[in-house]
Design a protein around this ligand. Sequence first.
Ligand SMILES: Nc1nc2c(ncn2[C@@H]2O[C@H](COP(=O)(O)OP(=O)(O)O)[C@@H](O)[C@H]2O)c(=O)[nH]1
Ligand SMILES: [Mg+2]
Ligand SMILES: [Zn+2]
Length: 243
Amino acid sequence: MQVAPGDLVSVLHEKVVAIAPRRTTLARTDPANKHRERIIAANLDLLVVVASIDDPPFRPGLVDRYLVAAAKGGIEPILCINKADLSAPEQIAAAASRFAIPWVRCSTKTGDGVEQLRQLLAGKLAVLAGHSGVGKSSVLNALAGAAIARIGGVSEGSQRGRHTTTTSSLVDLGDNGRVIDTPGIRSFDPGQLTLDELRAAFPDFNTGTCRFADCTHRAEPDCAHRDESSPRYASWMRLAAGL
Ligand SMILES: Nc1nc2c(ncn2[C@@H]2O[C@H](COP(=O)(O)OP(=O)(O)O)[C@@H](O)[C@H]2O)c(=O)[nH]1
Ligand SMILES: [Mg+2]
Ligand SMILES: [Zn+2]
């Protein structure tokens, strides 16, 4: 029995004897074994995909794959563009607006956007996910402010230690919600997709204005969504290619 952060468990004699049915899950394919699914976290309300524009460079394909995983697992996604102090606002808006989900701009260096993020997370169980180095742990510290120092303090040292582990950790921010920080990753594979799962991740592509009601927006005539110049359409095609 594999317990994931966010699980509700029964403990008997210091052993986990049962895991409650999971309301939602964030899962990925095990990079070491393609046939195995790993549950990153359970019972999440919110998936916060953290990204940066520069350093590390923005990777729209990675965001797409997280959004598919969110749709598959029943989790509401938002996008947090961190390191806003390093990029022009127009550049950030252009990168974020292609995903058709709520997004916030934030900088843990200037504090910009941290309060907005805090309000979005209030009362929820959220996970911070994204490419290594985008600032997930920094965002968690910014959200925690004084609260985390009260529960023992997270030093630079232990933060660094956490990166080297393969597990995630859950931090309780009281009224501001509970947040799971995940280790840095370089790739994320949400696993084999079905067309229905892909459709769930692209509600804006389900408008029913194509000639065929079941249009897959790939090669059908009179498709309302095919637009070779649109980054959003490029996202669709990249994921649809794996069906
Ligand atoms: N300029 C800038 N650097 C940041 C910001 N947030 C985090 N960093 C830096 O980015 C690096 C990686 O941050 P970290 O939180 O460890 O990223 P993680 O791997 O996603 O957890 C560190 O050197 C941070 O100081 C930010 O808002 N602006
Ligand atoms: Mg980290
Ligand atoms: Zn279509």
